[in-house]
Ligand binder design. Structure first.
Ligand code: BTN
Length: 266
């Protein structure tokens, strides 16, 4: 297996090296959901990025009300809190910026063929390796913030059953070697910090080209399912706000994040 079930904060801090001071890192043995726990216990703003990592997440939450499965020694599950500064760009592109950070971190570890599925799933060779759940926290007496929850498949058990996921992969399968959770967390946090700083300073337009290079569905026929909407068309890309651009044959439509899912057309 990848690593022992319990890892000390010192393991994570050592892996972060010179970047450790930028993060206020907490680890718990287990919790229902790192997103929920971080929201319930938001640390005071000490200028560092709060991060909560759990060895075992028992009721992980995915997008659109789905569950997110993780395994104590085979997954990485953590959440980071991002506080919006005054005049920050609209949060819509944040989700895509986080996906790009995750993709780059996996590439830095040697993964090839990393792609992004709008708005922020990370795929390798068509299999989902990681997911992101972003939850915006309203201002009410404090700086508006977002919780960025990230789950990565490190080394799934052979009999892992993941409801609702057609194709999944893990880092061990893609790299042919184990990566420890501290090393993976450090790789992701480094990129996340870097890209969120770029996003805060220049907005999503500064990241749009890099996102589009990894667009898994670029130029392909796709189907978008919303609550009450079903659209098909060609995936053109994303715009400066991070909205998906869909050429329906009747013009290009902007699809906003949140309510819609994207699937290859059948
Ligand atoms: C998705 O692809 O549906 C998003 C999955 C997000 C899972 C992560 S694991 C850490 C954090 N805590 C949660 O409950 N969910 C996110």
């Amino acid at each position: 297996m990848v690593s022992s079930a319990t890892l000390s904060p010192a393991d994570f801090i050592a892996a972060l090296g010179e970047h450790a001071d930028a993060f206020d890192l907490r680890r718990v043995d287990r919790c229902a959901s790192t997103n929920s726990m971080l929201v319930e216990h938001i640390p005071a703003d000490g200028g560092r990025i709060p991060v909560l990592v759990a060895d075992h997440q028992t009721a992980g939450r995915g997008r659109r009300g789905r569950q997110w499965c993780s395994w104590p020694e085979g997954s990485l599950a953590f959440s980071a809190l991002w506080r919006f500064a005054d005049g920050a760009p609209a949060p819509a592109g944040l989700s895509l910026a986080a996906g790009l950070a995750l993709a780059r971190a996996l590439e830095n570890l040697g993964a090839e063929g990393v792609q992004l599925k709008w708005p922020n799933d990370v795929l390798i060779h068509g299999g989902k390796i990681a997911g992101i759940l972003i939850e915006l926290l309203p201002g009410r007496g404090r700086v508006p913030a977002a919780v960025i929850g990230i789950g990565v498949n490190l080394r799934l058990p052979a009999d892992a059953a993941i409801p609702g996921q057609s194709a999944v992969t893990d880092l061990y399968r893609e790299l042919g070697r184990d990566v420890t959770r501290p090393a993976l967390l450090a790789a992701i946090l480094r990129e996340l910090r870097h890209l969120l700083a770029t996003y805060a300073a220049a907005g999503f337009p500064a990241l749009r080209g890099a996102w589009q290079q990894r667009n898994a569905f670029a130029g392909l026929p796709v189907r978008i399912d919303g609550e009450n909407t079903h659209l098909t068309g060609l995936c053109v890309g994303v715009d400066d706000d991070g909205a998906l651009l869909l050429d329906t044959g009747d013009g290009v439509q902007r699809i906003l994040s949140g309510e819609l899912s994207l699937r290859a057309a059948t």
